[in-house]
Design a protein around this ligand. Structure first.
Ligand code: RBZ
Ligand code: NIO
Length: 341
């Protein structure tokens, strides 16, 4: 029996085009075929889940240019359909779900909305300048809930998924996780987030250095779950569970920007094979993302200087994944051409 990878490569090479001429779309077709174990892969019912959660540190204003209240305001905006991620999901017919993983506001008026998933672990994390962001039990529960959310989506027949996030202050959690998991100095991991100016960036870096120093004993334990518990957030932990479940369901996972990639670092350290299912949607403009992509050995599909989060970079890349699958299934083969001579 021929090896699937070889069969896929042969099928790609037999198409009516010069060898390799569809560039990265060819690698994408090869990867999606391998994930689905098929030479006729399909993109079925693509979904995007935005996980929202608040961060205790954001109440101090030391690391975030925008106030914490924006997280809840944006969740309302997602449900009204007015955010960037709504626009792109509508454009590309991606089903959008918004999960309240830990927003510090009463969102009960949204509970009836079909897009809304009530999954609140707690109203915001603790300030990790003072204590661990989450309890260990909360961390494990958030991961478990993330798994259930994706299990339910898999049951609809979806085989292609992306994860976004909303949480004022979460670029800080992502930077801390990156520094801890990759054993890097914070200067290489801390960027401007929503647009910190030079003074705000210096203060953000100093603040996060203090957090990192405080929790050094846990960080040096090199326990992925403990590190996540101390430095992460509810939306990040839920995304970790979502990645793990999506890979188990043999879904194609389209990875978003800096924060989504930091969550993937945690998932990777728990289950390295998750990476086989990941297609990297874009390179974010956030400092550190380039380095993270390099760590994953990833070549992102897009590089538009976007630095928004919400899953927007992944949403824009999903049509490219669809194009990869369609050329594989629909293009004619070379031997169908009547070449004279
Ligand atoms: C209006 C608005 C909409 C957003 N959508 C995503 N983010 C993004 O910015 C936040 C991370 O940046 P930081 O760590 O600097 O707070 C996250 O919520 C992220 O999704 C937004 C931020 C704002 C202000
Ligand atoms: O790349 C991201 O995910 C990102 C960058 C800046 C702010 N929020 C998200």
């Amino acid at each position: 029996m021929k090896d699937l990878f070889f069969e896929l490569q042969e099928k790609i090479n037999s198409k009516t085009k010069p060898l390799g001429a569809l560039g990265q779309l060819e690698e994408t077709a090869l990867q999606v075929g391998s994930i689905q174990g098929s030479t006729r892969p399909e993109v079925k019912l693509p979904h995007l889940v935005v996980f929202a959660g608040d961060h205790g540190i954001a109440e101090t204003g030391l690391v975030n240019p925008y106030p914490q209240a924006v997280t809840a305001q944006m969740v309302h905006n997602f449900i009204r359909g007015g955010a960037a991620i709504n626009v792109f999901c509508r454009q590309h017919q991606i089903t959008l779900k918004i999960a309240d993983a830990g927003v510090k506001a009463d969102l009960s008026e949204l509970h009836g909305s079909p897009e809304f998933i009530h999954a609140k672990i707690a109203p915001g994390t603790r300030n990790y300048l003072e204590e661990p962001a989450m309890s260990f039990e909360e961390t494990e529960r958030a991961i478990a809930v993330g798994r259930v959310i994706v299990n339910n989506i898999a049951a609809t027949g979806c085989n292609t998924i992306a994860f976004g996030e909303m949480g004022i202050g979460n670029s800080s959690a992502a930077s801390l996780l990156m520094a801890a998991f990759l054993n890097l100095p914070l200067e290489k991991c801390v960027g401007r987030g929503t647009g910190a100016d030079d003074i705000q960036l210096t203060r953000k870096l100093q603040t996060l250095q203090a957090v990192s120093d405080k929790h050094l004993s846990v960080i040096s334990l090199r326990s992925p779950l403990k590190t996540l518990q101390y430095l992460g957030g509810y939306e990040i932990a839920m995304m970790v569970g979502a990645y793990l479940s999506a890979a188990e369901h043999k879904m194609t996972i389209v990875v978003d920007g800096f924060i989504a990639s930091a969550a993937l670092l945690v998932a990777q350290s728990l289950r390295p094979e998750v990476l086989d299912n990941c297609i990297f949607g874009h390179c974010s403009g956030e400092l550190g993302h380039h380095h993270l992509l390099h760590h994953f050995g990833a070549r992102p599909l897009l590089n538009l200087g976007m630095r928004l989060g919400e899953g927007t970079g992944a949403a824009l890349a999903i049509p490219l994944v669809q194009s990869a699958v369609l050329f594989l299934n629909e293009m004619a083969e070379m031997d169908s051409l009547k070449i004279p001579g």
